[in-house]
Design a protein around this ligand. Structure first.
Ligand code: ATP
Length: 238
């Protein structure tokens, strides 16, 4: 399968602090790539750099072979990157439908599946029922569904998910997991940052572990799950 997303020798700074250092990362088309690591390892920084929210100081970021680095967040979104940010960042005073209408972009590539508003609502029936509801009055799980739906409505080729299970009850985590599986089945390529390891390992086709802004390990989820030393050292799981 071709690479949907590829990062080569990417360096990202916060001021003078180097948070991502020479990162090499590829996401295969139609696969879920899990980006793992302890707090502060550089996961959110990586997603922010791909989405154009942070500039890179060095390196290349390619989406299906076309360079993204140096472009602004809006151009990167139009090129086909959808970001579901950490903490959801929904607008409390807008309705569900308004979020989707504002976000909607017709696909500009040969999409396997087009996500118009009806298509997004079909994937999240709970949002269809609540389309007139103010987003601020919804539960955390519903807001997370909305954050994913909003990113989907931009018809991305690659979806970046930053801790989609954070702060959610187990039953809601299972619903979010089902939604992510459905997106993968629809052909989307996904880069997933997630602290809930059982969830990440279940969804991922491949795992990349970051430590202090550098790749410490990469491989199959089963290999990672069966290596207690690796899990303890890089992920703090005992
Ligand atoms: P977490 O799992 O806690 O979300 P993370 O792996 O996503 O962590 P980042 O948020 O990317 O890690 O942080 C990487 C490094 O960059 C950390 O050392 C962090 O302190 C630093 N950093 C992140 N955001 C900023 C900022 N806005 N200003 C300065 N330093 C920052």
């Amino acid at each position: 399968m071709p690479d949907a997303l590829s990062l080569s020798n990417v360096h990202v700074y916060h001021g003078e602090i180097c948070a991502v250092r020479g990162l090499e990362l590829t996401c295969a088309e139609g696969a879920v790539t899990a980006l793992l690591g302890r707090n502060g390892a550089g996961k959110t920084t990586t997603l922010s750099a791909i989405a154009g929210l942070l500039g890179t100081r060095q390196g290349r970021i390619d989406l299906f072979g076309a360079p993204l680095e140096g472009r602004g967040p809006e151009a990167i979104c139009r090129a086909g990157i959808g970001l579901v940010p950490q903490g959801r960042r929904i607008f409390p005073s807008l309705t569900v439908l308004e979020h989707l209408q504002i976000a909607y972009r017709a696909p500009r590539h040969a999409a396997t599946r087009v996500f118009d508003i009806a298509g997004v609502e079909a994937l999240f029936p709970r949002l269809r029922e609540r389309r007139r509801q103010l987003a601020g009055s919804m539960s955390g799980g519903e807001q997370q569904m909305l954050a994913i739906a909003r990113a989907l409505a931009t018809n991305p080729r690659v979806l970046l998910l930053d801790e989609p299970a954070e702060g959610l009850a187990p039953q809601i985590v299972a619903e979010v997991a089902d939604a992510i599986s459905a997106l993968k089945a629809a052909g989307l390529s996904i880069l997933l940052v997630e602290h809930n390891l059982p969830l990440a390992l279940r969804l991922a086709d491949t795992c990349v572990v970051l430590s202090s802004g550098e790749v410490a390990w990469r491989g199959a989820p089963d290999t990672l799950a069966n290596d207690p030393d690796l899990m303890a050292h890089h992920l703090g799981v005992h």
